[in-house]
Design a protein around this ligand. Structure first.
Ligand code: SAH
Length: 393
């Protein structure tokens, strides 16, 4: 089969020679074969040398690369990629582990599968397509998952909110395989309800797994404030770690309901925990010297580069408030999940906040995303989660 052909402008192959998986529209000289959004295309240099195969999309990123070797993108291709990703999760001890039944199985470019995110919750895989090409192969992916993942029973497709607006497809959130189940998944031996139908993203933030475990080690005897708690992940680790009390805060009443449910699941009749549906900034106002372990894990303050400055101000203000309120010798876990905010920029925002408070602050740990959210070394954009653990005197 002859595939549509993309020819680059002179010199524009440079990023591809370093295996960067995106081609921006400005790098393209000519498009032949009339590719539609989502179609597989071959890429050539200005000198007519074959360089990569990928898929076409309308937008500033015009092509996402699937392979730098001339191979066919068929069912075998998707199966091999999913197997490869799964084998890594088995090696990491995240898959096929009775103490841990939730993990990210595919992390987009980090697993050389641009546009695709898959999280596993016990016997269900939740698939998110961010591009039309992935939407087009959703059934192939579902079948590859069923052939690969041990014990998998259901594949839920959740892309209503993730495909580009301009795309001329209307995906329906639906089960591609199996059916609805009441799922209780496990992370480091702690249990939680995974609700991919109603929850944010795929239902749970699996990317904080290792950071929650670290928090557990600091929790003993402390008064813990878990800000932006969502499903309460950090809270139930703090309880297991022996916290004296744990307060969870989220502006969404639904999140508070989930948090209470998850705490009860792990610690029935727990009296050390209280959850509040309130605005984080407001809640912090009345928290002077009440807590000696605070977690700040807000939603991404910047989704685009043009709002970067506002986002940095947001991180500075939020952290300044925490520095003002935390008890002497407190521990602050502070995060940013904005991809456009770099590690350095985030650290600078927290530095400004610390300076403003005048308190003596030490960095104890520098945190990042876990190994099931791998970063393709050729695609630095894949690094999004950063965190600092601070000792505040
Ligand atoms: N820490 C969570 C993930 C946080 S996601 C975990 O470990 O799973 C961000 C959360 O912040 C969402 O649940 C959202 O409802 C909440 N949120 C957004 N704006 C808020 C605000 N101003 N005050 C309190 N919570 C807020």
């Amino acid at each position: 089969m002859i595939l549509p052909k993309i020819t680059l402008k002179r010199g524009k192959e440079e990023a591809l020679l370093r295996f960067h998986p995106w081609i921006f529209s400005g790098a393209i000289h000519r498009i032949e074969g009339n590719p539609q959004e989502g179609d597989i295309v071959e890429v050539y240099t200005a000198q007519q040398q074959w360089i990569a195969i990928g898929y076409y999309q309308i937008g500033s990123i015009s092509v996402r690369i699937l392979s730098f070797k001339p191979i066919e993108i068929d069912e075998q291709f998707w199966l091999a990629k999913i197997r490869n990703a799964y084998n890594i999760r088995v090696t990491l001890g995240l898959a096929q582990n009775p103490e841990n039944t939730t993990y990210r199985l595919v992390h987009g470019e980090g697993d050389n599968l641009p546009g695709l995110v898959i999280d596993v919750y016990d016997t269900t895989a939740v698939v998110q397509a961010h591009t039309v090409a992935i939407h087009n192969v959703r059934h192939t992916i579902a079948s590859a998952l069923m052939q690969t993942v041990k014990g998998l029973e259901n594949v839920y497709y959740k892309s209503e909110g993730t495909l580009p607006f301009k795309a001329d497809v209307t995906p329906e959130n639906t089960y591609l395989v199996g059916q609805e189940t009441d799922c209780i998944a496990m992370e480091h031996g702690l249990r939680f309800h995974a609700d991919w139908l109603r929850g944010q993203k795929t239902g749970f933030f699996v990317d904080q797994r290792e950071n929650r475990l670290l928090l557990e080690k600091y929790a003993k005897g402390r008064s813990v404030l878990n800000m932006f708690c969502y499903t309460g992940g950090f809270s139930f680790y703090a309880l297991r770690g022996g916290a004296q009390l744990v307060h969870s805060v989220d502006s969404s009443a639904k999140a508070i309901e989930l948090t209470n449910k998850n705490v009860a699941l792990n610690f029935p009749d727990e009296t050390r925990h209280e959850a509040y549906a309130e605005d984080a900034f407001k809640f912090l106002e009345q928290a002077k010297d009440k807590y000696d372990l605070i977690i700040l894990d807000p939603p991404a303050f910047a989704k685009h580069k043009n709002v970067l400055n506002n986002a940095l101000q947001g991180y500075r203000k939020l952290n300044a408030k925490a520095f003002d309120q935390i008890k002497p010798n407190g521990i602050l876990f502070t995060f940013s999940c904005s991809q456009v905010v770099s590690k350095e920029q985030f650290r600078l925002a927290v530095f400004s906040a610390a300076a403003q408070s005048g308190r003596n602050v030490r960095i104890l740990h520098q945190l990042t995303q876990p190994a099931d959210h791998p970063i393709n070394i050729y695609h630095a954009e894949g690094e999004y989660l950063k965190g600092l653990v601070l000792h505040v005197e």
